[in-house]
Design a protein around this ligand. Structure first.
Ligand SMILES: [Zn+2]
Length: 237
């Protein structure tokens, strides 16, 4: 069975107004990446890190999915397991667009996790302060987001998708955290959609250098052609 991996990053949600660290040169208001996205930063100032993610949830509540999120949701609904949706984003905009089965490689902002028993619960856009584990009643709750210095449990799903899928559609990621340029060698066809041209463009068969919103109908068409090509092959058997 032909399968497509759609892997997205910050550029997918940037068009919905979600700001990223990269846009602000690694600084975000009074925060630095090292302070709020790393294990040493969390150990040093837990309250600051939890407040940072509270602010990110509050910001997310005010954002809406864009056409690119809706396009991915529509393709997933139509093609089911032939489409593998994985994202580096921690927001819920794909889910709000109606997409099912999204794998969040770096965690999920609406969720918090109990440090005592590991239980994960969804608090939506609420602050973490005062939340207790609904399973063991521990008050020791943290964000359910992978920090630098931690294992990313869903990377196993990513490596499986690299083996299983023949088409790679990479949206809104510059390849600084994941080696998306290197991944292209696993695929027959690779498509990149980033706002800006970059050093990784040359590794992909096709590049759309524009917003995810304006490119969405284009990679949608590429995906349909690829998956529906299989239907024609089967017709000839
Ligand atoms: Zn617990």
């Amino acid at each position: 069975m032909k399968k497509v991996l759609i892997l997205s990053g910050a550029g997918l949600s940037a068009a919905s107004g979600l700001r990223t660290f990269r846009e602000s040169g690694g600084l975000w208001e009074q925060y630095s990446v090292a302070e709020v996205c790393s294990v040493p930063g969390f150990l040093k100032d837990r309250a600051k890190v939890l407040k940072f993610y509270d602010e990110r949830r509050a910001q997310l509540a005010g954002c809406e999915p864009n056409l690119a999120h809706y396009t991915i949701a529509k393709l997933k609904k139509e093609f089911g397991e032939k489409i593998v949706v994985q994202t580096q984003n921690v927001d819920d905009l794909l889910e709000r667009a109606g997409c099912e089965g999204v794998i969040h490689l770096h965690g999920f902002l609406p969720e918090i996790r109990c440090e005592a028993c590991g239980h994960v619960q969804n608090i939506g856009y609420a602050p973490i302060n005062g939340q207790i584990c609904e399973k063991c009643k521990s008050p020791k709750m943290r964000h359910n987001i992978v920090m630098f210095g931690e294992q990313a449990p869903h990377y196993a799903d990513l490596y499986e998708a690299l083996q299983e899928c023949e088409m790679f559609v990479c949206i809104g990621t510059s390849g600084e955290v994941l080696d998306v340029a290197g991944y292209t060698r696993y695929f027959k066809i690779s498509v990149l959609n980033n706002l800006d041209a970059s050093r990784i463009d040359k590794f992909f068969d096709k590049c759309y250098t524009e917003s995810a919103v304006t490119a969405a109908p284009k990679w949608e068409s590429d995906i349909r052609k690829f998956l529906q090509g299989e239907a024609h092959e089967n017709d000839n058997l």
